[in-house]
Ligand binder design. Structure first.
Ligand code: BTN
Length: 149
C-alpha cells in the first residue's frame, strides 16, 4: 500500500497533465465548408446556446444570395470530452427555406478543428401534394477559416 501511493500519485499527475494538454474543439469563429460557404459563430452563452451568420455559396433558388442568421445549441455534458456535438438552424433571409445542421466538432490528428455535419434543407412548396419533394439532405465539412494577411 505504501509503495503504491507514489505510483498512484505519478499516474494521477500524468493523467491530469494529459487532460490539460489535449486540445479542445471550439465552435466560435470563422468557418468555410466544402461548398465554399462561410459561417461565423459569434457568441455562445453558458448553456451552449449560440448565434452566428451564414453566407452560403450556393442556393436551390434563383434568388440573390444574402447573409442569413443562424441559431444553435452545443452539448455541454462532461461526456463531450472536448469534441462537442451541436445543432443549428439557418433561417434563410433570401428564400422561403430553412436548414437544420447537426454535427460534431473534432480535433483531427493534425491538431486542426473540423466540423462534420449533416443537414436537411426544407423548401416551401405550394401544397401537400408536393411535400414529397420539399426536403433535401446532405453533408458538409467545415474547416476553420485561415486568417487573411
Ligand atoms: C435556399 O436555397 O433556399 C437557401 C440556401 C440553402 C443552402 C444550402 S444549406 C445546405 C448546403 N450547405 C451550404 O453551405 N449551402 C447549402
Amino acid at each position: 500500500m505504501v509503495q503504491a501511493t507514489p505510483f498512484l500519485l505519478v499516474l494521477f499527475l500524468a493523467l491530469g497533465a494529459h487532460s490539460l494538454s489535449v486540445k479542445k474543439c471550439s465552435l466560435i469563429g470563422d468557418w468555410v465548408n466544402d461548398l465554399g460557404s462561410n459561417m461565423t459563430i459569434t457568441s455562445m452563452n453558458a448553456k451552449g446556446v449560440f448565434t452566428g451568420i451564414y453566407h452560403t455559396a450556393v442556393t436551390a433558388t434563383s434568388n440573390k444570395i444574402e447573409k442569413s442568421p443562424l441559431q444553435g445549441a452545443m452539448q455541454k455534458s462532461p461526456n463531450q470530452k472536448g469534441q462537442p456535438t451541436f445543432g443549428f438552424t439557418v433561417n434563410w433571409s433570401f428564400s422561403d427555406s430553412i436548414t437544420v445542421f447537426t454535427g460534431q466538432c473534432f480535433v483531427g490528428d493534425d491538431g486542426k478543428e473540423v466540423l462534420k455535419t449533416m443537414w436537411l434543407l426544407r423548401s416551401h412548396v405550394e401544397n401537400i401534394k408536393n411535400d414529397w419533394k420539399a426536403t433535401r439532405v446532405g453533408v458538409n465539412v467545415f474547416n476553420r477559416q485561415q486568417l487573411q494577411e
